[in-house]
Design a protein around this ligand. Sequence first.
Ligand code: 2NL
Length: 340
Amino acid sequence: MEEKIQALLNEVSAYTAPDKQAVENFRMKYISKKGTLGELFEELKNVPVEQKKNVGKILNELKKAAETKFNELNESIEASSASGDIGLDLTLPPVANKIGNLHPLTQTRSRIIEIFERLGFNVADGPEIEDDWHNFSALNFPENHPAREMQDTFFIEKNPDLLLRTHTSNVQIRMMQKQKPPIRAIMPGRVYRNEAISARAHCFFHQVEGLYVDKNVGFADLKQTLYHFAKEMYGKDIKIRFRPSYFPFTEPSAEIDVSCLICKGKGCNVCKYSGWVEIAGSGMVHPNVLKNCGIDPEEFTGFAFGMGIERVTMLRYQINDLRLFSENDIRFLRQFQPVI
Ligand code: 2NL
């Protein structure tokens, strides 16, 4: 038994502990009641009387040595954590934080704003719940226009009418009422239409409308502004074309197409084999609209345009289903990490 105790004495004095857990393991193994010391004191009862004194003495030495060692180990662990050594290697490269990314529609909206801000356009905002006058009447919609029907527009109240705006033109109307030209602003925002939801239509979407009213603003300004926008948004090789169209609030009106980004104009299913995709509607602000807002159409002229942010984003990233934008599916949203 003496030899066994001697061996244990050596073991105890050589013990090292790198962390708190190792110190606790030491305590359990040697000092605790169920540990080695406890067992040895049990065994001491069976040692012959003539040896008992001697064995008891070295066993007590072992006990003391283990207790001293335990205190030492504890102190050195305390001291190393107080000195800032917390078992972390700070020279290792950091683990990148998993941060989120902006929604693809937000990214596109920011890019659109950036392009027009550099041309001197302000950014304006207005209410999504609107009255009939700011959404329809001021914009020269005739009394019996289909957009004024329940199946096309979400009405909140009837007589007097309150509705969810169907475009952000209400913001332009409010701006023209409040402010004298020159006016140069874009209006991004959410708009609502009473449509059956499918891959190509939704009951809400996002729009950016633009307005430029001043003396001598002409169709050439409209064309160059939107051509510049298309080149900034889609690349300098983009082609652009204007097709005659009709809106109650512009005269003349034009639909704007860009050469298909997918097939470069050769023909594919995105451009329906025409080589062109529609990106915006536009036109010269109708004199009635200017008059309705207290601006003299003899003195001032202006152009306006409107585009869907979803549509621009779908072309940018080749997304084929509008519903993906509002389903909050993380597998879709995570694909729009900005490139650093
Ligand atoms: C489209 C077409 C358009 C406008 C919006 C506008 C606003 C005022 C006066 C005149 Cl206050 N026009 N906005 C003009 C032409 C087209 O939007 O396809 N949007 C998604």
